[in-house]
Unconditional design. Structure first.
Length: 199
């Protein structure tokens, strides 16, 4: 009971000093400032982490290492390639080339009608060619549809320059392999542009 009276007197004293209004205590103010600071710092850190581009090369580095002579494990980056990518053999004679039909699409350009005509050639290892061709033929309607929708979403600036063409080639490569072999090892090892015309 004495504690309640003591608390009331402290509240009355702080109210009377500030014209009848209760002010937050110093501890409460510091806690609020600390919480605000933590939220701001957390947001800055999250923004910095989210703004860094993903690097597959850094993601491939792992805890693979060898024991050195001094007993310390020396870390080595893992030398493996992603499952969705296969490197073409060096000798083109070991590849079978399969041409897809020409696709002509209106580009996503407001105010003017611009067209792109594209014919791609799929490179397949000769040892896999019979299986790959039958799989591609079975998936061809879906594949042509996805390529048409992809190209129709492009703007003229998306098609200019070698960097954009290489990006498109990689995206088409991934699209082909994901459409034809969604949960299997892809058999197409490269995508080549046979015709690429913008008008």
């Amino acid at each position: 009971m004495a504690d309640e009276e003591n608390t009331n007197t402290t509240e009355e004293t702080s109210e009377s000093k500030n014209g009848g209004r209760a002010t937050p205590g110093l501890k409460t103010l510091l806690m609020k400032l600390g919480l605000f600071g933590a939220v701001v710092v957390g947001g800055l850190v999250a923004g910095a982490v989210a703004s860094k581009p993903f690097s597959p090369a850094k993601a491939e580095a792992s805890a693979v290492g060898e024991m050195g002579p001094d007993g310390v494990i020396e870390m080595q980056p893992r030398r493996s390639r992603p499952a969705s990518r296969r490197t073409p053999p060096r000798d083109p004679k070991e590849l079978y080339y399969y041409d897809l039909n020409r696709i002509t699409v209106t580009l996503n350009e407001p105010g003017m009608a611009r067209y792109v005509a594209l014919t791609i050639t799929l490179a397949i290892e000769k040892t896999d060619s019979k299986v790959a061709i039958s799989d591609i033929e079975a998936s061809k309607p879906t594949l042509v549809h996805r390529l048409t929708v992809y190209l129709a979403g492009c703007k003229l600036e998306d098609l200019r320059g070698d960097k954009n063409l290489n990006r498109m080639r990689r995206e088409i490569f991934d699209m082909v392999n994901n459409v034809v072999w969604p949960d299997q090892t892809p058999l197409v090892v490269d995508v080549l542009f046979k015709e690429f015309a913008v008008s």
